[in-house]
Design a protein around this ligand. Structure first.
Ligand code: TEU
Ligand code: CA
Length: 552
């Protein structure tokens, strides 16, 4: 397997609006990130993935872009971006930009033209269709509730928006539009960015006959109707051949609906992406109704996802590993225990993330164990998915307190509360009223309180990034899960010709006695989340240990 920086990198995801405010307007900005470059470097990460920073009405957290060539005014100016990129590169850090090419904002000039008339030159930059039987052209639901079609009376037709009404889908069938997209990507690549995270790339090829979906299971509808369209491979290959191959840039495709069976179609060495984000584990606690229909998840299924996807990329291709991001609840609250075993389970999840095969992505704040927040009313939410979801829930007679239980478990606001830097006002995120309320635990969970504590989650994260760097087996070694039908423990080896590490994770609050033979006699513990020793075969609550095993 050829060695490359992006397979060896640990990536830190920054949601700019909530990272650091430098000018006291309560909104995070680029200069705030510049202030924190040494902090980011100190974590032992190698690259930053920046969520969208382009001009946007902010209907969906910046994923509704109205000008791909300019910076969101609240975030700063283009020279701030140039300084940020230079600052990252000076520190040996790379930058992965987030580009949203499946849809634009409805305030983008392209759409403002397109909606004017059926014969407007920009009409086919988007998907317009006449209604059917007095309603939308088909029964596709939007990710954000309601129909995926919006009627526009100017031309008496509907336009497609898989996401919000303010995010009309771009028509990649139109070669002129594709050339415009390549031009805007070229603008950023010429600035020297090192990677592109391609938002919802799996949906850019539409089934232009727009058949009705035959299932009420939303994630199945994504897989069968929105993702993996007929020309997806062709569009990716064209972008690669036309543009990306001329730059030393990596492309990470966000692929809801991409399956282990078809993932390699999109990761072709010559014509494909470099890696994808898959969502195998990300919907396992969502029922047929999607995000606000939470169901319990099983550790067996969780473990199976890692095995299934590692098998998919055993010979070819490359995956990313993430346990949380700006679209999902905080990893310690979702997969760990953010109450009694907050410290141990946060460290255990960091251990899993940094010993698994695939490029690890850590979301801002997860390195200090930030947890879910608690909204006490829907109007505290800033997320269109939650706000629209509430409108749908009301129609089904669900009360606000019932809906808030689902929102506080799986809503996206959980991950978007401002970063907690210290225990000063607004946790040092801003000097004035923040755009979004901070988590109430900001005084006990913050960077400053962990910086000098050798046993803090943050310093455990630093130890784990150092471990991953000093043991190449964690990057290039094979992943060998130890099959147990346990709902409590997750065990696996990472092995190369030279090294063999055993990772032991207790995903429970119980003391687990492991079968004696399981941990090799001479296994040497390298890192663990308990600072005291114990009999090797006894795993304490939420205990994580990385052992060095002899290569026999
Ligand atoms: O998310 C697309 C996606 O993968 C959805 O499943 C995602 O989980 C979203 O929250 C809907 O449930 C990308 C971005 O990461 C997300 O922030 C945007 O809202 C979305 O695309 C539209 O651009
Ligand atoms: Ca600001």
């Amino acid at each position: 397997m050829n060695r490359t920086w992006w397979k060896e990198a640990i990536v830190y995801q920054i949601y700019p609006r909530s990272f650091k405010d430098s000018n006291g307007d309560g909104v995070g900005d680029l200069r705030g990130i510049i202030e924190k470059l040494d902090y980011i470097k100190s974590l032992g990460v190698d690259a930053v993935w920046l969520n969208p920073i382009y001009k946007s009405p902010n209907d969906d957290g910046g994923y509704d872009i109205s000008d791909y060539y300019s910076i969101q005014p609240e975030f700063g100016y283009m020279q701030d971006f140039d300084e940020l990129l230079a600052g990252l590169h000076q520190r040996g850090l790379k930058l992965i930009m987030d580009l949203v090419l499946n849809h634009s904002s409805d305030e983008h000039p392209w759409f403002e033209e397109s909606k004017k008339a059926k014969d407007n030159p920009y009409r086919d930059y988007y998907f317009w269709r006449p209604g059917k039987d007095g309603g939308p052209p088909n029964n596709w639901p939007s990710f954000f509730g309601g129909s995926a079609w919006q009627y526009d009376e100017t031309t008496d037709e509907y336009y497609l928006h898989l996401f919000s009404r303010k995010q009309p889908d771009l028509n990649w069938e139109n070669p002129t539009l594709r050339q415009e997209l390549y031009a805007l990507m070229k603008f950023w690549l010429d600035k020297g960015v090192d990677g592109l995270r391609l938002d919802v790339i799996s949906a850019i090829s539409k089934r232009t006959d727009f058949p009705d979906t035959d299932t009420t299971d939303f994630n199945e509808t994504i897989r069968k109707y929105y993702a993996n369209g007929p020309r997806l491979k062709q569009f990716i290959a064209e972008a690669r051949q036309t543009l990306w191959r001329n730059y030393d840039v990596i492309t990470v495709g966000e692929g809801p609906g991409i399956t282990p069976q078809n993932a390699l179609d999109y990761l072709d060495e010559k014509d494909g992406l470099n890696m994808i984000f898959h969502f195998g584990h990300m919907f396992m606690d969502q029922g047929p109704g999607g995000r606000f229909d939470p169901i319990p998840w099983k550790l067996q299924d969780f473990k199976q996802v890692f095995k299934t996807w590692d098998d998919a990329f055993k010979e070819k291709g490359w995956g990313s590993v993430f346990l949380g991001n700006h679209d999902f609840p905080r990893m310690v609250s979702r997969w760990g225990d953010d109450k009694e075993y907050w410290d141990k389970s946060a460290k255990l999840l960091i251990t899993l993330l940094l010993t698994m095969r695939g490029t690890p992505f850590i979301f801002q704040g997860d390195e200090i164990g930030m947890t879910n927040t608690t909204l006490s009313s829907i109007n505290q939410s800033h997320d269109i998915e939650t706000i629209n979801g509430w409108r749908e829930a009301q129609r089904r007679g669900i009360t606000e307190s019932e809906f808030l239980v689902a929102v506080n478990y799986s809503g996206r606001d959980n991950a978007r509360t401002p970063m907690q830097w210290n225990n000063e006002n607004h946790a040092g995120f801003t000097s004035r009223a923040p755009w979004m309320e901070l988590n109430k635990n900001k005084d006990s969970i913050n960077v400053a309180s962990q910086e000098h504590d050798p046993h803090s989650i943050m310093n455990y994260f630093r130890a784990m990034t150092a471990l991953r760097k000093s043991h190449k087996v964690l990057t290039y070694g094979v992943y060998l899960p130890i099959e147990t039908n346990s709902e409590k423990i997750f065990l696996f080896f990472r092995e190369s010709e030279k090294e063999k590490l055993l990772i032991v994770l207790n995903f429970s609050a119980e003391v687990i006695i492991l079968p004696d033979h399981l941990i090799p006699e001479n296994a040497l513990p390298l890192v663990g989340n308990y600072s005291t020793s114990r009999p090797a075969s006894q795993l304490r609550p939420w205990e994580a240990v990385v052992y060095q095993c002899d290569k026999i």
